[in-house]
Design a protein around this ligand. Sequence first.
Ligand SMILES: C[S@@+](CC[C@H](N)C(=O)[O-])C[C@H]1O[C@@H](n2cnc3c(N)ncnc32)[C@H](O)[C@@H]1O
Length: 179
Amino acid sequence: MRNTNELIHDYLKEHVQDDWICVDMTCGHGFDTLELAKLSKKVFSFDIQQQAIDSAKEKTKPFNNIDYILDDHQHVNNYIDFFIHCAIFNLGYLPNGNKKIKTNSESTLIALSKINRWIRVNGLLIITCYRGHPGGINEYNTVLEWLNHQLNYDITTLDYGNKTAPIAFICRKKSFDSR
Ligand SMILES: C[S@@+](CC[C@H](N)C(=O)[O-])C[C@H]1O[C@@H](n2cnc3c(N)ncnc32)[C@H](O)[C@@H]1O
C-alpha cells in the first residue's frame, strides 16, 4: 500500500505543470522540494534549520531551479509577493533531527493565511499533519478549522483512519473569493 507522502507525490506528478512556481513551506530533508523541482519551473523552499536545508541541497544537487530560504515560513511575504501555483506544508519535525524544533499551531496558521493569498485559481495547497507527537493534534485541529472556512477550495482528504498515521489535505483553489 502506498503511504501518504507517496500518494501526494503521485498527485503532484499528475497535476504540476512545467511552467509552475511552487513553494515548499517546510523543506526538511527535501523529498517534496526534489519532486517539485523535477516537475515545475521554480521552487522556493523554506526551513528554520540549516541542517534541513543542507540535507535538501545535497539531495537536489543537479537542480538549479530551487531557492532555499533559511527563515520561518511565517515571514513568507518577505520573499513571496507574486502569484504561485502550488504550496506544500509537511508539518512536524525533521525526521532524525531535533524533535523539539517543529511547526506549531500559531505559526502554521499565520503561514497558511499568508501563502493562501498568493495561490492562483486552479493552484494547489497541500498540507500533511502528524497527530502522533505532542502538539500534533492541536495543530491538526487548527488546520482543519482554517480549512473549514476556505470555501473556495475543493478538498480531498487522505486519511488511513489510524491516529498515528499522517493525515493530508489536497486542496485545489476554485476561485479567489472564500466567502
Ligand atoms: C516533517 S519535516 C518536512 C519534510 C519535508 N517536506 C521532506 O520532504 O523531507 C518539517 C520541517 O519543518 C521545519 N519547520 C518547523 N517549523 C518551521 C517554521 N516555522 N518555518 C519553516 N520551517 C519550519 C522543520 O525544521 C522540519 O525540517
